[in-house]
Write a protein that binds this ligand. Structure first.
Ligand code: PMP
Length: 341
């Protein structure tokens, strides 16, 4: 048998799961782009090995703990999360030899709890409560970390290793994949790590690139960007995005403008994307694409807007893609074209 050529083993492969995070494709949305006369490109974060944009943050946070000597094999990582960060941390942890304790509110898509249990996380589900309530999952995660000997608290909201991962990887990838020819970047914020990190990388490359926040109703960031005051109105079923306070990862994000997208538009776009572009994505990705399209329309014809396809639709099959759930939440998609934009 011939010897396998050593050159077929790439650096990424030898780094295992962790080495497979990032370098995601930048996918064109040709039908949407043709309808708008502007190019819309989606960074396919659902193709990360843990299935979401948060794999990057998980890797960045864990490698930062390792570099600071706070985490060694056998160690424990604790996090409060809407799900995706927990999934990323658990899989990176499995590959690197760490246990994870994941605290989640009880109102997220059931698929995410199932995945975390399958991956072996010690999952603690707490009643959904606002941040101002001490029972909120964020505060509970801090308490669990404090009570667990030798544990580290990932703290994705205040730990800027999250943002740094995007500044180091996602931003430069987008610049390389577009040859720097983009006019705007549009993204929602859950912790702000993505928009802040990518925004900083893009602004350092070319300050003329617009960085635009896509916000769901119920979040206070749209108002913050527009007026400087935190204020929330309405509500949203979107998972993993929207914040009512300013956290360290979002704080220094170079955001030029903001748009709001309601749940009906998000749902129409999610179903349009799978039907017309073959892209099966989660709600935040659909919201991002809708916001990117609306913002693109304010730019000259021929402009290019990049957005983020944060995670895949599989994670939301019992909600966003379930006929009964859509009826119960009064968001049954009806559009046969892009008239909802
Ligand atoms: N979409 C989904 C589905 C998420 O889970 C998250 C992370 N909470 C985001 C978007 C937002 O990413 P970031 O935390 O980087 O702002």
């Amino acid at each position: 048998m011939p010897n396998p050529s050593p050159t077929v083993v790439s650096t990424a492969a030898s780094a295992g799961f962790v080495g497979a995070i990032g370098n995601t494709p930048l996918i064109a949305l040709p039908k949407l782009s043709a309808a708008l006369g502007r190019t819309i490109l989606g960074k396919a974060e659902f193709l990360n090995p843990g299935g979401s944009v948060k794999d990057r943050a998980a890797r960045g946070i864990i490698e930062d703990f390792e570099a600071r000597g706070l985490l060694a094999p056998g160690g424990v990582v604790v996090e409060g999360t809407a799900g995706n960060t927990g999934i990323g941390l658990t899989l990176v942890g499995n590959a690197r030899g760490y246990r994870t304790i994941i605290v989640m509110p009880d109102d997220q898509a059931p698929e995410k709890y199932g995945l975390l249990r399958t991956y072996g996380a010690d999952l603690r589900v707490v009643p959904s409560a606002p941040y101002t309530n001490d029972a909120n999952y964020y505060h509970e995660a801090r308490r669990v970390a404090e009570a667990t000997p030798g544990a580290v608290w990932a703290n994705q909201f205040e730990n800027t290793a999250n943002r740094d991962a995007h500044e180091r990887t996602t931003g430069p990838e987008i610049i390389a994949q577009t040859g720097g020819a983009l006019d705007a970047f549009v993204a929602a914020a859950g912790t702000g790590g993505t928009i802040a990190g990518v925004g900083r990388a893009l602004k350092a490359y070319d300050p003329k690139i617009r960085v635009v926040l896509a916000d769901p109703y119920g979040s206070a960031l749209f108002s913050y960007v527009k007026t400087g005051e935190l204020a929330a109105d309405g509500d949203s079923n979107a998972e993993g995005i929207g914040i009512k306070r300013i956290v360290a990862n979002f704080k220094d994000a170079p955001v030029d403008d903001a748009l709001r997208v309601d749940d009906r538009t998000l749902t129409e776009m999610a179903h349009w994307l799978v039907r017309e572009e073959g892209l099966f994505v989660g709600g935040s990705a659909a919201l991002n694409v809708a916001a990117a399209a609306r913002y693109a329309r304010t730019l000259p014809a021929g402009s290019t807007v990049v957005t983020v396809l944060c995670d895949g639709g599989d994670r939301y099959r019992s909600r966003l893609y379930d006929a009964e759930w859509l009826r119960e939440n009064d968001v049954v998609p009806q559009a046969t074209d892009l008239s909802f934009l």
